[in-house]
Design a protein around this ligand. Structure first.
Ligand SMILES: NC(=O)c1ccc[n+]([C@@H]2O[C@H](COP(=O)([O-])OP(=O)(O)OC[C@H]3O[C@@H](n4cnc5c(N)ncnc54)[C@H](O)[C@@H]3O)[C@@H](O)[C@H]2O)c1
Length: 276
Protein backbone atom coordinates (compact mmCIF):
# COMPACT_ATOMS: atom_id res chain seq x y z
CA UNK A 1 0.00 0.00 0.00
CA UNK A 2 2.56 2.51 -1.15
CA UNK A 3 0.04 5.30 -1.71
CA UNK A 4 -2.05 4.76 1.42
CA UNK A 5 -3.76 8.00 2.44
CA UNK A 6 -2.77 9.81 -0.76
CA UNK A 7 -5.01 11.49 -3.31
CA UNK A 8 -3.99 11.11 -6.94
CA UNK A 9 -5.32 12.88 -10.03
CA UNK A 10 -4.77 11.04 -13.32
CA UNK A 11 -5.53 12.85 -16.57
CA UNK A 12 -6.23 10.64 -19.57
CA UNK A 13 -7.36 8.08 -17.00
CA UNK A 14 -10.03 6.76 -19.35
CA UNK A 15 -7.80 4.43 -21.33
CA UNK A 16 -4.32 3.00 -21.89
CA UNK A 17 -1.50 4.19 -19.66
CA UNK A 18 -3.71 6.52 -17.61
CA UNK A 19 -6.24 3.80 -16.89
CA UNK A 20 -3.55 1.29 -15.88
CA UNK A 21 -1.96 3.92 -13.63
CA UNK A 22 -5.25 4.93 -12.00
CA UNK A 23 -6.10 1.28 -11.28
CA UNK A 24 -2.63 0.54 -9.93
CA UNK A 25 -2.61 3.63 -7.70
CA UNK A 26 -6.01 2.68 -6.28
CA UNK A 27 -4.79 -0.85 -5.57
CA UNK A 28 -1.92 0.74 -3.63
CA UNK A 29 -4.32 2.68 -1.41
CA UNK A 30 -4.73 6.01 -3.23
CA UNK A 31 -8.07 7.71 -3.68
CA UNK A 32 -8.05 8.51 -7.37
CA UNK A 33 -9.62 11.23 -9.47
CA UNK A 34 -9.92 9.89 -13.00
CA UNK A 35 -10.08 12.74 -15.54
CA UNK A 36 -10.70 12.31 -19.26
CA UNK A 37 -12.21 13.89 -22.34
CA UNK A 38 -14.28 10.78 -23.12
CA UNK A 39 -16.81 10.36 -20.33
CA UNK A 40 -17.72 6.71 -21.02
CA UNK A 41 -14.10 5.62 -20.81
CA UNK A 42 -13.40 7.64 -17.66
CA UNK A 43 -16.54 6.37 -15.91
CA UNK A 44 -15.53 2.83 -16.87
CA UNK A 45 -12.10 3.21 -15.25
CA UNK A 46 -13.69 4.63 -12.14
CA UNK A 47 -16.13 1.70 -12.02
CA UNK A 48 -13.30 -0.83 -12.52
CA UNK A 49 -11.56 0.67 -9.48
CA UNK A 50 -14.73 0.57 -7.40
CA UNK A 51 -15.38 -3.04 -8.46
CA UNK A 52 -11.90 -3.94 -7.24
CA UNK A 53 -12.66 -2.36 -3.85
CA UNK A 54 -10.81 0.90 -4.47
CA UNK A 55 -11.89 4.52 -4.29
CA UNK A 56 -12.22 6.64 -7.42
CA UNK A 57 -14.25 9.44 -8.87
CA UNK A 58 -14.53 10.51 -12.50
CA UNK A 59 -14.55 14.08 -13.76
CA UNK A 60 -14.78 15.27 -17.35
CA UNK A 61 -11.70 17.27 -18.31
CA UNK A 62 -10.54 18.40 -21.73
CA UNK A 63 -6.78 18.78 -21.26
CA UNK A 64 -6.69 22.02 -23.27
CA UNK A 65 -9.37 23.78 -21.22
CA UNK A 66 -8.20 26.06 -18.40
CA UNK A 67 -11.59 25.92 -16.69
CA UNK A 68 -11.86 22.11 -16.98
CA UNK A 69 -8.43 21.75 -15.37
CA UNK A 70 -9.44 24.04 -12.51
CA UNK A 71 -12.68 22.12 -12.05
CA UNK A 72 -10.67 18.89 -11.99
CA UNK A 73 -8.45 20.19 -9.17
CA UNK A 74 -11.47 21.62 -7.31
CA UNK A 75 -13.26 18.26 -7.66
CA UNK A 76 -10.28 16.46 -6.08
CA UNK A 77 -10.20 18.92 -3.18
CA UNK A 78 -13.97 18.80 -2.62
CA UNK A 79 -14.17 15.01 -2.88
CA UNK A 80 -11.00 13.91 -1.10
CA UNK A 81 -9.63 17.05 0.58
CA UNK A 82 -6.17 17.20 -0.99
CA UNK A 83 -4.00 16.50 -4.01
CA UNK A 84 -0.75 14.62 -3.39
CA UNK A 85 -0.03 13.16 -6.81
CA UNK A 86 -0.74 14.22 -10.38
CA UNK A 87 -0.11 12.05 -13.43
CA UNK A 88 -0.64 13.72 -16.81
CA UNK A 89 -1.44 10.85 -19.17
CA UNK A 90 -3.90 12.71 -21.44
CA UNK A 91 -2.36 12.86 -24.88
CA UNK A 92 -2.69 12.25 -28.60
CA UNK A 93 -0.42 10.86 -31.30
CA UNK A 94 -1.85 13.00 -34.10
CA UNK A 95 -4.53 15.63 -34.77
CA UNK A 96 -8.04 14.25 -34.58
CA UNK A 97 -6.86 11.23 -32.55
CA UNK A 98 -9.69 9.61 -30.67
CA UNK A 99 -8.83 6.88 -28.23
CA UNK A 100 -10.67 3.71 -29.18
CA UNK A 101 -11.59 4.77 -32.74
CA UNK A 102 -9.58 2.10 -34.53
CA UNK A 103 -10.99 2.85 -37.99
CA UNK A 104 -9.85 6.49 -37.87
CA UNK A 105 -6.45 5.51 -36.52
CA UNK A 106 -5.91 2.93 -39.26
CA UNK A 107 -6.80 5.52 -41.92
CA UNK A 108 -4.36 8.00 -40.43
CA UNK A 109 -1.64 5.38 -40.19
CA UNK A 110 -2.06 4.31 -43.84
CA UNK A 111 -1.40 7.91 -44.88
CA UNK A 112 1.68 8.03 -42.65
CA UNK A 113 3.10 4.95 -44.34
CA UNK A 114 3.44 7.05 -47.52
CA UNK A 115 6.09 9.07 -45.75
CA UNK A 116 8.35 6.02 -45.55
CA UNK A 117 9.00 6.47 -49.29
CA UNK A 118 8.78 10.30 -49.33
CA UNK A 119 9.99 11.61 -45.94
CA UNK A 120 10.16 15.28 -47.03
CA UNK A 121 6.39 15.28 -47.52
CA UNK A 122 5.89 14.99 -43.79
CA UNK A 123 7.27 18.52 -43.55
CA UNK A 124 5.92 19.89 -46.81
CA UNK A 125 2.34 18.68 -46.25
CA UNK A 126 2.19 19.67 -42.60
CA UNK A 127 -0.76 21.86 -41.65
CA UNK A 128 0.11 24.39 -38.92
CA UNK A 129 -3.29 23.91 -37.27
CA UNK A 130 -2.57 20.18 -36.94
CA UNK A 131 0.80 20.95 -35.36
CA UNK A 132 -0.84 23.38 -32.93
CA UNK A 133 -3.54 20.88 -31.96
CA UNK A 134 -1.01 18.23 -30.93
CA UNK A 135 1.14 20.78 -29.10
CA UNK A 136 -1.94 22.13 -27.32
CA UNK A 137 -3.11 18.76 -25.99
CA UNK A 138 0.25 17.21 -25.18
CA UNK A 139 2.24 20.24 -24.02
CA UNK A 140 -0.28 22.88 -22.93
CA UNK A 141 -2.49 20.16 -21.43
CA UNK A 142 0.40 19.01 -19.24
CA UNK A 143 1.15 22.59 -18.24
CA UNK A 144 -2.48 23.41 -17.40
CA UNK A 145 -2.93 20.30 -15.25
CA UNK A 146 0.31 21.05 -13.39
CA UNK A 147 -0.81 24.64 -12.84
CA UNK A 148 -4.30 23.75 -11.64
CA UNK A 149 -3.22 20.89 -9.35
CA UNK A 150 0.10 22.53 -8.42
CA UNK A 151 -1.63 25.52 -6.81
CA UNK A 152 -3.33 23.58 -3.98
CA UNK A 153 -0.27 21.33 -3.63
CA UNK A 154 2.00 24.34 -3.06
CA UNK A 155 -0.54 25.98 -0.77
CA UNK A 156 -1.01 22.86 1.37
CA UNK A 157 2.74 22.69 1.92
CA UNK A 158 2.79 18.89 2.13
CA UNK A 159 4.93 18.32 -0.95
CA UNK A 160 3.86 15.75 -3.49
CA UNK A 161 4.73 14.25 -6.83
CA UNK A 162 3.91 15.17 -10.41
CA UNK A 163 4.55 12.57 -13.10
CA UNK A 164 4.33 13.66 -16.74
CA UNK A 165 4.09 11.26 -19.64
CA UNK A 166 6.64 12.11 -22.30
CA UNK A 167 7.92 9.40 -24.66
CA UNK A 168 11.07 8.06 -26.27
CA UNK A 169 9.97 10.63 -28.87
CA UNK A 170 11.16 13.32 -26.43
CA UNK A 171 14.69 12.40 -27.46
CA UNK A 172 14.45 10.54 -30.76
CA UNK A 173 13.02 12.22 -33.88
CA UNK A 174 12.13 8.89 -35.54
CA UNK A 175 9.87 7.81 -32.68
CA UNK A 176 6.75 9.59 -33.95
CA UNK A 177 5.23 12.17 -36.30
CA UNK A 178 6.72 15.69 -36.42
CA UNK A 179 4.20 17.45 -34.12
CA UNK A 180 4.29 14.54 -31.67
CA UNK A 181 8.08 14.44 -31.24
CA UNK A 182 8.15 18.23 -30.80
CA UNK A 183 5.40 18.08 -28.17
CA UNK A 184 7.08 15.30 -26.21
CA UNK A 185 10.48 16.95 -26.30
CA UNK A 186 8.80 20.07 -24.90
CA UNK A 187 7.02 18.04 -22.20
CA UNK A 188 10.40 16.76 -21.10
CA UNK A 189 11.82 20.30 -20.85
CA UNK A 190 8.66 21.45 -19.07
CA UNK A 191 9.17 18.62 -16.57
CA UNK A 192 12.72 19.73 -15.81
CA UNK A 193 11.63 23.35 -15.46
CA UNK A 194 8.79 22.45 -13.11
CA UNK A 195 11.16 20.28 -11.07
CA UNK A 196 13.32 23.33 -10.45
CA UNK A 197 10.39 25.63 -9.74
CA UNK A 198 8.66 23.26 -7.31
CA UNK A 199 11.61 21.67 -5.50
CA UNK A 200 11.54 24.20 -2.68
CA UNK A 201 7.83 23.38 -2.19
CA UNK A 202 8.76 19.74 -1.69
CA UNK A 203 7.06 18.71 -4.93
CA UNK A 204 9.00 16.32 -7.14
CA UNK A 205 8.37 16.43 -10.89
CA UNK A 206 9.51 13.58 -13.11
CA UNK A 207 8.70 12.26 -16.56
CA UNK A 208 8.16 8.79 -17.94
CA UNK A 209 9.39 8.34 -21.49
CA UNK A 210 7.80 5.05 -22.56
CA UNK A 211 8.83 3.13 -25.63
CA UNK A 212 6.06 1.42 -27.64
CA UNK A 213 3.36 0.25 -25.27
CA UNK A 214 0.37 -1.85 -26.23
CA UNK A 215 -2.50 0.65 -26.09
CA UNK A 216 -4.97 1.97 -28.65
CA UNK A 217 -2.35 4.54 -29.65
CA UNK A 218 0.06 1.91 -30.99
CA UNK A 219 -2.43 -0.74 -32.09
CA UNK A 220 -1.86 0.08 -35.77
CA UNK A 221 1.82 -0.83 -35.59
CA UNK A 222 0.71 -4.43 -36.10
CA UNK A 223 -0.53 -3.39 -39.56
CA UNK A 224 2.95 -2.47 -40.79
CA UNK A 225 4.18 -4.70 -43.65
CA UNK A 226 6.19 -7.70 -42.46
CA UNK A 227 9.64 -6.39 -43.45
CA UNK A 228 9.08 -3.03 -41.75
CA UNK A 229 7.67 -4.73 -38.67
CA UNK A 230 10.82 -6.87 -38.36
CA UNK A 231 12.90 -3.71 -38.70
CA UNK A 232 10.69 -1.99 -36.11
CA UNK A 233 11.20 -4.70 -33.51
CA UNK A 234 14.91 -4.89 -34.32
CA UNK A 235 15.15 -1.46 -32.65
CA UNK A 236 13.73 -2.92 -29.45
CA UNK A 237 16.23 -5.38 -27.95
CA UNK A 238 13.51 -7.01 -25.85
CA UNK A 239 11.62 -7.70 -29.10
CA UNK A 240 8.13 -6.77 -27.92
CA UNK A 241 5.89 -3.85 -27.07
CA UNK A 242 5.51 -3.00 -23.40
CA UNK A 243 2.24 -3.37 -21.54
CA UNK A 244 0.41 -0.53 -19.75
CA UNK A 245 1.07 -2.13 -16.34
CA UNK A 246 4.80 -1.68 -16.90
CA UNK A 247 4.22 2.07 -17.17
CA UNK A 248 1.88 2.04 -14.17
CA UNK A 249 4.69 0.44 -12.14
CA UNK A 250 7.07 3.20 -13.20
CA UNK A 251 4.48 5.86 -12.31
CA UNK A 252 3.93 4.19 -8.95
CA UNK A 253 7.64 4.31 -8.18
CA UNK A 254 7.91 8.00 -9.13
CA UNK A 255 4.74 8.89 -7.22
CA UNK A 256 5.79 7.05 -4.06
CA UNK A 257 8.29 7.96 -1.37
CA UNK A 258 10.63 5.33 -2.81
CA UNK A 259 11.58 7.98 -5.40
CA UNK A 260 12.16 10.64 -2.72
CA UNK A 261 15.44 11.83 -4.26
CA UNK A 262 14.24 11.84 -7.86
CA UNK A 263 13.21 15.11 -9.45
CA UNK A 264 13.68 16.47 -12.98
CA UNK A 265 14.39 12.92 -14.16
CA UNK A 266 13.01 10.93 -17.06
CA UNK A 267 12.71 7.14 -16.86
CA UNK A 268 12.49 5.16 -20.09
CA UNK A 269 10.62 1.86 -19.84
CA UNK A 270 11.40 1.09 -23.49
CA UNK A 271 12.63 -2.51 -23.80
CA UNK A 272 16.15 -1.24 -24.47
CA UNK A 273 15.32 1.18 -27.32
CA UNK A 274 17.88 3.70 -26.08
CA UNK A 275 20.81 1.29 -26.01
CA UNK A 276 21.76 2.18 -29.58
N1 LIG B 1 1.24 3.88 -26.04
C1 LIG B 1 2.50 4.22 -26.22
O1 LIG B 1 3.28 3.49 -26.82
C2 LIG B 1 3.02 5.51 -25.66
C3 LIG B 1 4.40 5.70 -25.66
C4 LIG B 1 4.91 6.88 -25.17
C5 LIG B 1 4.07 7.84 -24.67
N2 LIG B 1 2.72 7.65 -24.70
C6 LIG B 1 1.88 8.70 -24.18
O2 LIG B 1 1.06 8.22 -23.16
C7 LIG B 1 -0.11 9.02 -23.08
C8 LIG B 1 -1.31 8.11 -23.05
O3 LIG B 1 -1.41 7.43 -24.30
P1 LIG B 1 -1.99 5.95 -24.42
O4 LIG B 1 -1.03 5.14 -25.19
O5 LIG B 1 -2.41 5.47 -23.10
O6 LIG B 1 -3.24 6.20 -25.37
P2 LIG B 1 -4.79 5.94 -25.12
O7 LIG B 1 -5.48 6.38 -26.33
O8 LIG B 1 -4.98 4.55 -24.66
O9 LIG B 1 -5.13 6.91 -23.89
C9 LIG B 1 -5.12 8.30 -24.04
C10 LIG B 1 -6.18 8.88 -23.12
O10 LIG B 1 -6.08 10.31 -23.18
C11 LIG B 1 -7.37 10.83 -23.36
N3 LIG B 1 -7.33 12.12 -24.02
C12 LIG B 1 -6.99 12.39 -25.31
N4 LIG B 1 -7.13 13.69 -25.57
C13 LIG B 1 -7.56 14.26 -24.42
C14 LIG B 1 -7.89 15.59 -24.05
N5 LIG B 1 -7.85 16.60 -24.92
N6 LIG B 1 -8.27 15.82 -22.78
C15 LIG B 1 -8.35 14.80 -21.90
N7 LIG B 1 -8.08 13.53 -22.18
C16 LIG B 1 -7.68 13.26 -23.44
C17 LIG B 1 -8.11 9.78 -24.18
O11 LIG B 1 -9.50 9.94 -24.13
C18 LIG B 1 -7.59 8.50 -23.57
O12 LIG B 1 -8.37 8.10 -22.48
C19 LIG B 1 -0.07 9.97 -24.28
O13 LIG B 1 0.44 11.21 -23.88
C20 LIG B 1 0.92 9.28 -25.20
O14 LIG B 1 1.54 10.19 -26.04
C21 LIG B 1 2.16 6.50 -25.17
Amino acid sequence: MRLEGKVAVVTGGGNGLGRATARRFASEGARVVVADLIDDLGEETSQMIADAGGTASFIHCDAVSISDNHQMAAHALETYGAIDVLVTAAGVSHPGYKSGDQEASVKWFAKRMDYVERPADELLELDLEDFRQVMAINLEGTLLAAQACGAPMVEAGNGGSIVTIASIAAKHPDAGPLPYVCSKSAVWMLTKKLARLLASSGIRVNAIGPGYIDTHMTSMIDLIPEDLLTQFFANIPMGRKGIPDEIASTALFLASDEASYFTGEILHPDGGYFTE
